[in-house]
Design a protein around this ligand. Structure first.
Ligand SMILES: [Cu+2]
Length: 237
């Protein structure tokens, strides 16, 4: 019994050390640098401790704000952590992380849908039409197919052309069956195959910031998109 208790304590200690490490991840972004307290060499900094070559005093630790710029790390909540592969309508293979740096307006549809998807597409176009030209280059409108077996890159490209959504700000994605399911779970989008050609699905447009974090969702068809557009404008430079 005593032995079990000992193991439990060791486990707790190990786990807490591990979780501390992951919690402190962001701290690695700030590198420590050193400087002479007398500033014999002006603002010159050193990566290691030591002595000032001029006055021989111990170098003092300073926070190096210059090195705390974005190092490309992403938060745990970011969709860029999903490592599944996707094909664009242009036939390129990408991961979601390749969309980093832009505000993302995303929706899940399938091209053979006759019911809700045409209206979701109209909603996406309506949102896009209300964005000032100078912001469009910082936004990607992404249509993710929930029917990856039917919606090949060729099919998606044809759909894009047909709907006049073949400009650069539009991207269509074909994933794997598991990749699509995983992505839908992140968006809380539910979908289900109800016949060999049809799916029932949620109607949700999701807004992600340039770091891939979910900021806003609008649910329904033809709903008032004022809040969605305000959100996009607010988070897009
Ligand atoms: Cu549909």
């Amino acid at each position: 019994m005593k032995f079990l208790k000992y193991i439990a304590i060791v486990l707790i200690v190990v786990l807490s050390v591990l979780s501390c490490n992951s919690g402190n991840k962001s701290k690695d972004n700030t590198s420590e640098v050193y400087q002479c307290p007398m500033q014999c060499e002006g603002d010159k900094i050193y990566d290691e401790t030591g002595n000032c070559p001029v006055c021989k005093m111990d170098l003092a630790l300073v926070e190096n704000n210059l090195k705390t710029v974005d190092d490309g790390s992403i938060s745990e909540a970011s969709i860029f952590n999903l490592t599944s592969n996707w094909h664009t309508e242009e036939g390129k293979t990408i991961q979601l992380e390749n969309l980093k740096g832009k505000t993302l307006v995303m929706v899940m549809i399938y091209t053979s849908c006759k019911a809700a998807c045409p209206r979701l597409v109209a909603d996406m176009r309506n949102i896009e039409a209300q964005i000032p030209d100078e912001k469009i280059k910082n936004i990607q409108f992404v249509m993710v197919s929930i029917d990856p077996e039917t919606d090949t890159p060729e099919k998606l490209k044809a759909f894009a052309k047909e709907n006049v959504m073949d400009d650069d700000q539009w991207t269509f994605l074909q994933g794997s069956v598991s990749g699509v399911r995983e992505f839908a779970n992140v968006l809380s989008v539910k979908y289900k195959e109800i016949s060999p050609v049809d799916f029932s699905h949620s109607n949700i447009i999701s807004i992600f910031n340039s770091q891939g974090e979910l900021i806003h969702q609008q649910e329904g068809l033809g709903v008032n998109n004022k809040e969605t557009i305000e959100t996009i404008l607010k988070i897009t430079p």
